[in-house]
Design a protein around this ligand. Structure first.
Ligand code: NAP
Ligand code: MG
Length: 405
């Protein structure tokens, strides 16, 4: 056994639910703890514990991330009515991801994990396209009215200081129709811009942003202005030094260019664009289990997780004693993402180098034809491909990793 690698400062661990909880434990025990001398600040965000603590555990976990700067999170159940019954909950608790995102004021970035034997649906994409979605306002916090018949629809702003209201006629209706009011906040847009600029610089990749500011000359234009301002004032020099660029274009032009690009950029998207485009990218790249996800806070906190859920169906099979073939790749990359960041922040390149070895071991395993069921379905056919179990996959990665240590 080689000497364990010392991680200087604690890593915050947020445990989760169902199949991902099972895999999370295996990953930790088989791929990490044998090699690392690490202090883990552990929070059990499993649904039962959130219920027992009136969700205080989620708040404590978010505070721990603020303290230590880096956290890794397993997938968790966001309870619906069925879950309230299944787990006899006191309350239908909010999404822990929402609570944590609210406290860290973060933006979620996703990127596919590429392997040679799985081709993206778009053949020109050679490098990962990272996506950052603004998660505040717009249509997700809208107010809508079904207009029953003739009348005037107006947009009115009433100043709190008793000043003159600002009004605009939306439409003079002479027949039934619909209207919608949406909003956003300068502070939220600026925080989104900062998170995107931080992430792009961190990853040393270009930043693309698109809005429909030719049509939406106030609303969408405000997004463009804030991004431009933030870039010019606080980031331009650092970007130039890193040899990366900030590129703004119309959203439809951005979509057209993305389809013809070879990838390798961060694509910052307004809330709705990000909702739609992140699903398109995930499906075009192949499997949910091959997608990384990180919450980046403009205050310098990082939380790494998988972008998929708790894989409930596989968990029920597992509970019934059946063999499962669930893919732990995204969970492993959550841990390695956190470790790499820990290494960077602590000035311990050996920790980052270890994270890289684990990631390489995963990629080599899949490229060597050893894969879970979700990948067997989308990999290029090859006689050497074989499907392994959930645990068999992790065991194989361990063998490859051993060869690198
Ligand atoms: P899911 O866990 O993402 O799984 C949906 C389907 O995707 C699975 O049934 C499976 O397809 C496939 N899949 C996802 N991850 C996989 C993996 N690692 N390996 C192999 N296949 C994988 O979504 P869900 O079942 O709709 O949600 C379950 C729970 O997760 C819900 O309670 C939800 O609240 C929670 N959730 C949490 C997060 C989070 O914490 N970040 C995110 C989303 C959802 P097949 O069945 O076809 O094999
Ligand atoms: Mg969506």
């Amino acid at each position: 056994m080689v000497k364990k690698i010392k991680v200087n400062r604690p890593l915050v661990e947020l445990d989760g639910d169902e199949m991902t909880r099972v895999m999370w434990q295996m990953v930790k025990e088989k791929l990490l703890l044998p090699y690392l001398d690490i202090e883990i600040d552990y929070y059990d965000l499993g649904l039962k514990m959130r219920d027992n603590t009136d969700d205080q555990i989620t708040i404590d976990a978010a505070r721990a991330i603020m303290k230590h700067k880096v956290g890794v999170k397993c997938a968790t159940i966001t309870p619906n009515a069925e879950r309230v019954e299944e787990y006899s909950l006191n309350k239908q608790w909010n999404s822990p991801n929402g609570t944590i995102r609210g406290m860290l004021d973060g933006t979620v970035f996703r990127a596919p994990i590429l392997v040679k034997n799985i081709q993206p649906a778009v053949s020109s994409w050679k490098k990962p396209i990272h996506i950052g979605r603004h998660a505040y306002g717009d249509v997700y916090a809208n107010r809508e009215i079904r207009i029953p018949g003739p009348g005037t629809a107006e947009l009115v702003f009433t100043p709190a200081d008793g000043g003159q209201p600002i009004r605009k006629v939306i439409h003079e209706f002479d027949a039934p129709g619909i209207i919608q009011g949406i909003h956003n906040l300068d502070i939220s847009i600026r925080s989104f811009a900062k998170a995107c600029l931080t992430y792009a610089l961190d990853q040393k990749i270009d930043l693309w942003f698109g809005t429909k500011d030719t049509v939406s000359k106030t609303y969408d234009a405000r997004f463009r202005e804030i991004f431009q301002e933030e870039y010019e004032v606080n980031w331009k020099d650092a970007f130039e030094e890193a040899g990366i660029e900030y590129f703004f274009t119309l959203i439809d032009d951005a979509v057209a260019r993305i389809m013809k690009s070879d990838g390798g950029m961060l694509w910052a998207c307004k809330n709705y664009d990000g909702d739609v485009m992140s699903d398109m990218l995930a499906s075009a790249y192949g499997s949910l289990a091959m997608m990384t996800s990180v919450l980046v806070s403009p205050k310098g906190y990082f939380e790494y997780e998988a972008s998929h859920g708790t894989v409930q169906k596989h968990y029920y099979k597992h509970l019934a004693g059946e063999k499962t073939s669930t893919n732990s790749t995204a969970l492993i990359f959550a841990w390695t993402g956190g470790l790499r960041k820990r290494g960077e922040l602590d000035g311990t390149p050996e920790v980052a180098a270890f994270a890289q070895k684990v990631e390489d071991a995963v990629i080599e395993t899949v490229e060597g034809g050893v894969m879970t069921g979700d990948l067997m379905r989308i990999a290029e056919p090859d006689p050497k491909n074989r499907q392994v179990s959930t645990e068999g996959f992790i065991d194989h990665i361990r063998e490859v990793l051993e060869g690198k240590m």
